[in-house]
Design a protein around this ligand. Structure first.
Ligand SMILES: Nc1ncnc2c1ncn2[C@@H]1O[C@H](COP(=O)(O)OP(=O)(O)O)[C@@H](O)[C@H]1O
Ligand SMILES: [Mg+2]
Length: 335
């Protein structure tokens, strides 16, 4: 018998409404004597785009590896939608978390479409035997998978490259393909590890649009990135890792003006206006694209793209190496 003093109407909010997509609690990762991640708590709520920044070696990728079951954290737990995740990456993917890697991991000799189809395998139930025999169930599943994969290629702007080998794509498109492949597992949370590394400013802007569109489709996003403008213009919330510890967390506005962040990481306050260097980069990229198109070879365009990406990556690496220098996170700051 119920004698309710409160009715459902008094308490209408379903529990899920406020619950986290991701809840990492007290995550610590030690490698021998080195503590790469120390007691980090982080939540991502439904519909959020959360940024994770910090100098090279701060523990960002290690933290991702702990979230995705690649590493077993020395301490702490990771929950997805209220359920503690197992320490097995394929089970984490199956649960609903997908990721891209800092160093692109594609099947270089497979086509663009095939790479996305590989990403779908956690969502198809047809087993290996069925695949080998190619029975009707398999063919039906295969058609459905292919439709969905093409949808994702259209979504990421790669549909016309479906039959290209992954290794022949320009660098920026390889990164997009990684995202398409991750989305193929229909994740509720997407983890992106430096998605714009080596990209031109034009590609970076396109990536921002893509991440916003992914959120619109109901997937929450946690993104590691060195490009401060990208992070602060994109994220609802930003957490800063320094020497494995979370130094600050808050809205972009709070984080970019936090003295500890400026001292430990940014060096100088972030400025929202694109600098002349970036404007010049956009112009150069556009001119190079136009020139390559004139020279009539998609091949030439691709090679140019890869060279430009490599050059940009080299420049970015040396820049971020410099930016990472001064921090030496003053003793006692990281608390
Ligand atoms: N598998 C590993 N074994 C030992 N040390 C590691 C391993 N992975 C990362 N580290 C160390 O952990 C620290 C954090 O690295 P990482 O997570 O890659 O930093 P970030 O992604 O922030 O640049 C670094 O000192 C790195 O050398
Ligand atoms: Mg990293």
């Amino acid at each position: 018998m119920t004698t309710p003093t409160t009715t459902a109407a008094d308490n209408p909010a379903p529990r899920e409404a406020g619950s986290a997509v991701l809840d990492a609690s007290g995550v610590t990762m030690r490698f021998g004597g080195l503590t790469a991640v120390r007691d980090v708590n982080l939540t991502v709520r439904p519909g959020e785009i959360v940024g994770l920044i910090g100098p090279n070696g701060a523990g960002k990728t290690t933290f991702f590896n702990c979230l995705t079951g690649l590493y077993i954290p020395t301490e702490g737990t990771v929950s997805y939608k209220g359920t503690v995740l197992p320490h097995r990456s394929h089970l984490v993917t199956q649960a609903g978390i997908a990721r891209t890697f800092q160093n692109i991991r594609l099947f270089a000799n497979m086509t663009v479409l095939e790479n996305v189809l590989v990403g779908r395998h956690t969502r198809t139930h047809e087993g290996l035997f069925s695949a080998l025999v190619r029975g009707p169930g398999f063919r039906r599943a295969e058609r459905h998978s292919e439709d969905r994969a093409m949808e994702l290629l259209r979504f990421t702007g790669l549909a016309d490259k479906r039959d290209h080998l992954a290794r022949n794509l320009p660098y920026g498109e390889q990164r997009k393909l990684e995202i398409a492949r991750a989305l193929a597992s229909e994740p509720g949370l997407l983890l992106l590890d430096e998605p714009t590394a080596g990209m031109t400013a034009v590609e970076t802007t396109a990536t921002r649009e893509l991440v916003l569109a992914i959120r619109e489709q109901g997937t929450a996003v946690l993104v590691i990135e060195h490009d401060m403008r990208f992070i602060f213009n994109l994220c609802d919330r930003v957490a800063v890792l320094v020497q494995g510890q979370k130094l600050v967390e808050g809205t972009p506005d709070i984080v970019q003006n936090d003295d500890r962040v400026i001292a430990a990481y940014l060096g100088t306050p972030f400025e929202g206006e694109p600098g002349e260097a970036e404007a010049a980069e956009v112009r150069a990229a556009e001119e190079a694209e136009a020139r390559a198109a004139e020279e009539g070879g998609i091949r030439a365009a691709e090679e140019g793209g890869i060279r430009a990406a490599e050059e940009t990556e080299a420049a970015t690496t040396s820049q971020s190496a410099q930016a990472d220098q001064p921090a030496d996170a003053p003793e006692g700051k990281a608390d």
